[in-house]
Design a protein around this ligand. Structure first.
Ligand code: 13P
Length: 251
């Protein structure tokens, strides 16, 4: 049995007052949602305060990225230990926006993931093809390259602390969700790769989230697919009402 996860990626949104208000409202609206694991990923500057506001709740906090070095002369970077210090239990690595605008590659995703795991964080590793790649029929080869590259040399014990998020780039922030069939096809393929790299047991237990224009009205269909274990939500996680509806509809 894989426990569903609904994670909210707040991206570059919400300063202190709004972030705290959103966090508290999510707690209030999801108090009875005990079947689903809930994670929020605020921006770095509010992580500590949001973690404090959520302490004692069942909601976990994630960083949106981290660097692979723990300390040193790396201006502007945030280390896994700093995320832990700010109250995070998770970190998102390899989001397509990091790959697109900030130079993340499968190799850096792998280094960041290893460093985060070493420090004790759980990692949400993001993968996904662009529209051009999908139209060229390359979706599965891109996904395979990203999974193998991102997880390279990560041992079986550590795969248990990894969640994979499949986010087709063309579905992010566009209002175009992958159809349930398109998403299921890729999720099932990811599970097959994990089975080959690790074991059938690991592929049965690893949780694979879908991301890309997830809303309260499309989560049910996505969750009805056998290999979709939850969602990584962008825009709809910025409102406590829509985020909590997604959580409610994810069961
Ligand atoms: P949207 O839900 O806004 O499409 O964003 C998805 C995403 O990128 C989550 O990480």
């Amino acid at each position: 049995m894989r426990r569903p996860i609904i994670a909210g990626n707040w991206k570059l949104h919400k300063k202190t007052v709004e972030a705290l208000e959103l966090a508290r409202e999510i707690v209030r609206l999801t108090e009875d949602c005990t079947d689903t694991e809930i994670i929020v990923a605020p921006s770095f500057t509010v992580l500590g305060k949001v973690s404090e506001a959520l302490s004692g709740s069942r909601i976990s906090v994630a960083g949106q990225d981290c660097f692979w070095q723990e300390e040193g002369a790396f201006t502007g970077e945030v280390s896994p230990g700093m995320l832990l210090d700010a109250g995070c239990t998770h970190v998102i690595i390899g989001h397509s926006e990091r790959r697109q605008h900030f130079g993340d590659t499968d190799a850096t995703v792998n280094r960041k993931t290893k460093a985060a795991l070493l420090s004790g964080l759980s990692v949400i590793v993001c993968i996904g093809e662009t529209l051009q790649e999908r139209e060229a029929g390359e979706t599965l080869s891109v996904i395979e390259r990203q999974v193998r590259g991102g997880l390279q040399d990560i041992c079986a014990r550590d795969i248990r602390k990894i969640v994979i998020a499949y986010e087709p780039v063309w579905a992010i922030g566009t209002g175009k969700t992958a159809t349930d069939v398109q998403a299921q096809e890729v999720h099932s393929f990811i599970r097959t790769i994990v089975s080959r790299l690790y074991s059938p047991t690991d592929s049965d237990t690893v949780r694979i989230l879908y991301g890309g224009s997830v809303k309260p009205d499309n989560i049910r269909g996505l969750m009805s697919c056998p290999d979709i274990d939850g969602a990584l939500v962008g825009g709809a996680s910025l409102s406590a009402t829509s985020f909590s509806s997604i959580i409610r509809n994810s069961k």
